[in-house]
Design a binder for this molecule. Structure first.
Ligand SMILES: [Zn+2]
Length: 171
């Protein structure tokens, strides 16, 4: 892709310069052939991320392996989730362990498909649980799994850009 440099310079202002600071990263761009994440041990190989302890040890032993922080760990560090699921209600309080097991199972399943789609953080306050995810779709799936398993009420609020989803499940 060619970007006409002269044109950008001509029209650039302070605002557009700010917007151009590299906050988000294009998928896989700039990544070497093989890399490992020092935080979660994910391995980047053949343009994909894997979570596999054996593969990690194998790649770690390579002389020229690139040690990086994967996009999911970066999101966690910078505290920028793509999904937030809030759980509330008396039923939740009574069955929290069981419900959270279901949530953790979905996290494990999701990471097997794509290590970058995972739960970042779980906060609990005043009997409510807030689950932050790196993926809007994972947030949506957690909501729909809880609804299927326990019914109750579920609400999805999708952002315009489709990259962020807020989910609330109550029972
Ligand atoms: Zn990582």
């Amino acid at each position: 892709m060619k970007i006409p440099k002269k044109q950008i310079q001509k029209h650039s202002s302070v605002k557009s310069t700010l917007r151009m600071t590299p906050i988000s990263h294009k998928k896989g761009k700039g990544l070497p052939e093989t890399a490992i994440c020092k935080e979660c041990k994910a391995v980047y190989h053949s343009k994909k991320w894997f979570l596999d302890e054996k593969l990690y040890e194998q790649k770690k032993a390579l002389k020229d392996v690139h040690v990086v922080i994967c996009p999911a760990c970066k999101k966690t560090q910078e505290n920028v989730p793509n999904g937030i699921v809030t759980l509330k209600g008396d039923f939740l309080k009574q069955h929290k362990e069981e419900i959270m097991n279901l949530v953790h199972n979905e996290d494990t399943r999701s990471k097997q498909y794509n290590p970058l789609k995972r739960i970042m953080k779980i906060n609990e306050k005043g009997g409510e649980v807030e689950i932050q995810t790196t993926s809007a779709k994972l947030a949506q799936r957690i909501g729909s799994i809880l609804f299927k398993a326990y019914s109750g009420e579920v609400e999805y609020k999708k952002h315009e850009n489709m990259e962020f989803m807020r989910v609330e499940w109550r029972r």
